[in-house]
Ligand binder design. Structure first.
Ligand SMILES: Cc1cc2nc3c(=O)[nH]c(=O)nc-3n(C[C@H](O)[C@H](O)[C@H](O)COP(=O)(O)OP(=O)(O)OC[C@H]3O[C@@H](n4cnc5c(N)ncnc54)[C@H](O)[C@@H]3O)c2cc1C
Length: 423
């Protein structure tokens, strides 16, 4: 079988992995270059946005600006819930009250954001977000192919990929966005520094009787953070939140092995009854947690993107936000080359992308790791500091900015789409 080659004069980008950041990259490029660039997303599960059901993400301001620039925010925001306040407590499961040691709301936002009137983050459900991106990609002419990539071979000025269907394609650049266990990263012999946490992330959608008022809670319990994140109203009890519950892996097996009522009772012990009666609406699903960062974000005609490049602890809900920043930076580097008539898969383009993203990703990965180690612990000087009423955490420089996803990159160094500017 011969490899399908792009039309003469046009350029071609292949994207392995059809996650949210990949679709955003394909859409940004196709909107900017139209027929001059072929964009193909390859993923065996591409045609099934249902695989995202039950997942929700805290989308920081940069991601929101990017979606607005791509013309999607109006649709996505209809199903999103603004987070107006975040309350953080440091307590034990049995504590009857969980006093907040850190609270922040609109006054802690970026001054420009505040002037623009937006909250610092939105909870966005993954399924409608993926659907909106998929539809916009199709309308813009992105090719979405339900097949996996089994092999990628750089051949001079192009890269050839072989698919699970036996088909072959050729492009100027292959983006490996095939997730944390990226086979393409491995095949390209890009090293990986990382480890697994002895914790898992348990995700579920919880219905509750009282409104959340846009408030997000993160309880730092000894086995890890338990986050309650507001979703759009709905469900049998009228109101809904998403929980991301970090638990020791061995404990999680025991806690989740009970029947539905027992699992709900365990959730209730951590959730507390501040929001009235609760019910399980979706899940729970269990996710292994890891830290990892690729030694390079590029190889010959190959760029790593999203979890294929970096995996971080969900303590601050920033993994997808990093992937969107990758997409914005890569779209910018490729666009810069195409506008000058240059090769979008050249080492210069890939170096510019790597420069834009590696430090930011590492800084966020290291910060989430440090925070997890600091809080997922029962014998902390920090706990003592809280008990002595020192308000020390509230004064930790940068902690609030970190939680609102604005810590790693300074505004000026963010990719254009994340600043809300066109490519
Ligand atoms: C418990 C938990 C909570 C989280 N909460 C948040 C949050 O609130 N906010 C946030 O920003 N982030 C959050 N994250 C992180 C976020 O889920 C990930 O960073 C994000 O989903 C990674 O997206 P991705 O597209 O890079 O990878 P994935 O979502 O893993 O997608 C990879 C895709 O590649 C495809 N694929 C695999 N192999 C191939 C192949 N050979 N060829 C073609 N396709 C292939 C797969 O089918 C899959 O669709 C959380 C993570 C966890 C575990």
């Amino acid at each position: 079988m011969t490899a399908q080659t792009p039309r003469p004069g046009s350029r071609s980008i292949l994207i392995a992995g059809g996650g949210i950041a990949s679709l955003a990259l394909a859409l940004a490029l196709k909107q900017a270059h139209g027929p001059a660039l072929a964009a193909t997303v390859l993923d065996p599960h591409a045609a099934d946005p249902g695989r995202h059901r039950g997942r929700a993400y805290a989308l920081a301001a940069g991601g929101r600006r990017m979606l607005a620039q791509l013309g999607l925010w109006e649709r996505v925001s209809a199903a999103a819930e603004p987070i107006t306040e975040m309350v953080i407590s440091d307590s034990r499961v049995a504590d009857p009250v969980r006093p907040a040691f850190l609270t922040f709301g609109r006054e802690d936002e970026d001054r420009e954001e505040r002037a623009a009137g937006g909250p610092f983050a939105h909870m966005v459900e993954a399924e409608p977000l993926a659907e909106a991106l998929m539809e916009a990609c199709r309308a813009a002419g992105v090719d979405i192919v339900p097949a996996g990539v089994v092999r990628a071979v750089p051949e001079g000025a192009t890269i050839r990929v072989e698919l699970t269907t036996g088909a072959r394609l050729r492009g100027d650049l292959l983006v490996a966005a095939d997730g944390a266990r990226s086979r393409l990263r491995e095949a390209a012999r890009i090293g990986w520094v990382g480890w697994s946490y002895p914790q898992v992330g348990i995700v579920a959608t919880i219905g509750h009787a009282r409104p959340h008022g846009g408030r997000a809670f993160e309880h730092f319990l000894p086995s890890g953070p338990f986050a309650i994140l507001p979703l759009r109203d709905g469900g049998a009890l009228g109101h809904r939140s998403s929980i991301v519950w970090t638990e020791r892996a061995d404990e999680a097996d025991v806690l989740l092995s009970g029947d539905a009522d027992e699992v709900l009772a365990e959730i209730e012990r951590r959730f507390t009854l501040n929001l009235g009666r609760i019910a399980l609406e979706h899940g729970p699903s269990r996710h292994p947690l890891a830290f990892g960062i690729a030694r390079a974000f590029r190889a010959e005609r190959l760029a790593l993107l999203g979890d294929a490049a970096h995996v971080i602890h969900p303590i601050a809900g920033q993994g997808l936000n990093l992937g969107l920043a990758d997409a914005a930076a890569l779209a910018e580097a490729v666009t810069g080359a195409l506008r000058l008539g240059l090769d979008p898969g050249s080492p210069d383009v890939l170096r510019a992308y790597e420069r834009a993203r590696r430090f930011d990703s590492f800084a966020m990965a290291a910060a989430t790791d440090g925070l997890n180690r600091l809080f997922s612990n029962d014998a902390l000087p920090l706990r003592l500091a809280r008990d002595l009423g020192l308000g020390i955490v509230d004064r930790l420089p940068g902690l609030k900015r970190f939680f609102i996803g604005e810590a790693a990159a300074s505004r000026g160094s963010r990719p254009r789409l994340m600043r809300g500017e066109a490519l």
